[in-house]
Design a binder for this molecule. Structure first.
Ligand code: GLC
Length: 646
């Protein structure tokens, strides 16, 4: 640690922490439960986690399955070297902190086999049972020739699905012989890997869900527990540390020489919290997705022991405390910088972007289910409940747009200084973009991208809208209206490949100013209204929740025409998504996993319940009290809710 860094930490009262840090030094006053046997050291330059040698793990099984290791380069190519020279300094996930004492030695080769169903427990969905979509595939032409009929493959297994499973398995990253995540992309044609050889938290979610739906729980469990360790790691950028509880955007499994032993190597997890990421963006969505995945894991596997562990409970609380901390805000929405989610570079979404709010709401709902009721967390749970109510009120009231609402905004009076202003955020009607006047359908509506004083970002952001449906942040009527709009605007939002990340594109001077002339985010490309096949899975969950799975099925059919033939691109470009994206990776894992999850859920819609949250009657009640107290109708003098210091 540099001197300046040390001084800052002394002043801020937050001691640098590592895994064996004294629990009492925790600024949040949370009870840590890291296993005292863990000795973790830090290398200040690279912020790697080192875990002491307890077992040297044979790796031959991984090799036998041709799996991916070491952050993604082909395992097949490197397995011999690895077998000879790697000495893993590893620990199994279950022995990382928590109440469970895991085993420190891996004796059985079976334990290392990621495909071993005995380890993973009973399958919920049998691969052979997965049914094909009923609809006929009218466009099953590949490269001009009819695609091989599924009858020559295993019974009932679609060839594209089969290929997707093979690719997903090839993308698995191993840490000391156990599956821990999936690499972002496995593109043999790309010369510049950047960080696509890492395991991204957000990218792993569809992979994890696919494995869960297939009954393979271990990889998800390992991912949850190992990323939890990373959460606790000290992270700094130019001597400044973000709030504790931040989850990394991504991590890499690195093989490094073992200290003091030239002939051996060890594997270390090397997280990136944004301190190396392009633009140095903090990934606000990572922790929220982590909570959502944790709930899904418990719901489908029935194994609640993971969420009940003390260290996992602490992890949930740390994320919540970071999100619920009081700030300067007047709004219940989370205030974040640009690029803090799937759109991870400048796209003008700083402030209160819908995607983050939907994930925040979903994570709060999930955490509410999982937090152990105990005296110490009563205030946190009350704060969480208050926030859920305030957040849903705010989004449902102020982010909603349809023809009627647009007309209301069009006629807004401005500069209203009063408690019961109609135009609370002082929106100038002139900012209604001309495209929207034409675009808004008679039937349907959506939640806008962002709301700030005197600013509404009217762009349609898909993930935020999908997840508002899934999490119940949108009302039932709003949820149906969003799907109505998607149907009405199919040619714009789906066109030749599902699904536009945002609509419409920023162009001309607007693009120059808002993106900083970003050549990757040119109009109708990448984050600037490019089409991302991974969004299929979120669309599918939303459609299933509203009993309108046919919409998702139609989108999947469109994707199937090209996605495998075009080698699973990361994104597509142009207004109608006709081109493979300019800089799109091929064999992008979340394109593959997103497709698989969509297929699996369409075959077994009931399984979507692991991701869906329904409004609970208590919240509905509180919500209607809040509506009654809405200052637009009447400003109540009585403080409706107690405040809780988080
Ligand atoms: C790009 C995407 C981001 C994704 C990452 C890895 O940076 O914008 O959302 O997580 O690639 O695939």
């Amino acid at each position: 640690m540099g001197t300046a860094e040390g001084v800052l930490q002394v002043f801020s009262g937050v001691a640098p922490r590592n895994l064996c840090s004294d629990p009492s030094s925790n600024a949040l006053g949370l009870a840590y439960s890291f296993n005292s046997r863990l000795i973790s050291t830090k290398r200040s330059a690279s912020k790697k986690i080192k875990i002491p040698v307890y077992a040297s793990i044979p790796l031959s099984n991984s090799e036998a399955y041709g799996v991916q290791g070491f952050g993604g380069s082909s395992y097949k190519d490197r397995s011999i070297d690895r077998l000879k020279f790697s000495s893993c300094r590893c620990q199994r996930a279950e022995s990382v902190g928590g109440t469970n004492t895991g085993s420190w030695f891996v004796d059985s080769a079976d334990d290392l086999n990621p495909l071993n169903t005995l380890v993973n427990g009973p399958h919920v969905l049998n691969f052979d049972d997965v049914k094909q979509l009923k609809e006929e595939k009218t466009d099953s032409i590949s490269n001009g020739a009819p695609r091989a009929s599924s009858t020559i493959h295993r019974a009932n297994v679609d060839p594209i699905e089969e290929e997707a499973w093979d690719l997903l398995r090839d993308s698995v990253v191993y840490y000391c012989g156990t599956p821990i995540g999936t690499i972002a992309a496995n593109d043999p044609t790309s010369s510049n890997v950047l960080n696509y050889d890492q395991v991204f938290i957000r990218d792993f979610i569809p992979s994890g869900i696919a494995f869960l739906l297939k009954g393979e729980y271990d990889i998800v469990r390992n991912f949850i527990l190992h990323t939890l360790q990373l959460q606790s790691w000290e992270k700094t950028m130019d001597c400044h540390s973000p709030g504790q509880g931040l989850m990394p955007a991504s991590f890499k499994v690195r093989t490094v020489p073992l200290d003091g032993d030239d002939s051996a190597t060890e594997e270390v997890l090397d997280p990136d919290f944004g301190e190396a990421a392009i633009g140095r963006v903090a990934p606000v969505d990572s922790g929220l997705w982590w909570i959502i995945l944790l709930r899904a894991y418990g719901k489908i596997s029935g194994d609640l022991s993971v969420q009940e562990r003390i260290d996992v409970q602490t992890g949930i609380k740390m994320i919540l405390k970071l999100c619920l901390a009081d700030g300067f805000d007047m709004f219940p929405t989370l205030l974040v910088t640009d690029g803090s989610c799937m759109i991870d570079r400048r796209m003008g979404i700083h402030g209160h972007p819908l995607e983050i709010q939907a994930l925040f709401y979903s994570a709060l709902m999930s955490a509410r289910e999982m937090l152990a009721p105990e005296d110490g967390s009563a205030d946190l749970i009350r704060a969480l409940n208050n926030r859920l109510v305030a957040l849903s009120f705010h989004i449902r009231e102020y982010y909603w747009i349809d023809l009627r609402k647009l007309n209301e905004i069009y006629r807004y009076k401005t500069e209203e200084y009063s408690y019961d202003a109609v135009n609370k955020f002082n929106i100038y009607p002139d900012q209604i973009p001309p495209w929207l006047v034409e675009w808004i359908p008679n039937r349907g509506g959506y939640l806008i991208g962002n709301l700030q004083p005197a600013h509404m970002d009217f762009r349609f952001f898909s993930l935020g809208n999908f997840w508002s449906i899934v999490s119940g942040l949108a009302t039932v009527d709003q949820s149906h209206a969003i799907l109505d709009l998607i149907e009405a605007k199919w040619a714009d939002l789906v066109a030749d490949m599902p699904f536009k990340i945002s609509y419409p594109a920023l162009e001309g001077q607007e693009w120059q100013i808002i993106t900083g002339s970003d050549p990757k985010n040119t109009p109708w490309s990448y984050h600037n209204a490019g089409s991302w096949p991974t969004l299929l899975w979120q669309l599918t969950v939303a459609c299933i929740k509203m009993n309108r799975a046919d919409i998702a099925a139609k989108a999947v059919q469109i994707a199937e025409r090209r996605i495998s033939r075009e080698r699973w691109p990361e994104y597509y470009d142009t207004r109608r998504s006709r081109f493979i994206g300019k800089q799109a990776r091929l064999f992008q894992t979340w394109s593959i996993a997103g497709y698989l999850v969509a297929k699996l859920l369409l075959a077994d819609p009931g399984a979507a319940r692991i991701l869906i949250t329904d409004e609970d009657p208590e919240l509905v009640n509180a919500f209607s009290c809040m509506l009654g107290a809405n200052p637009r109708r009447k400003r109540g003098r009585k403080n409706l809710k107690q405040s809780y210091i988080v």
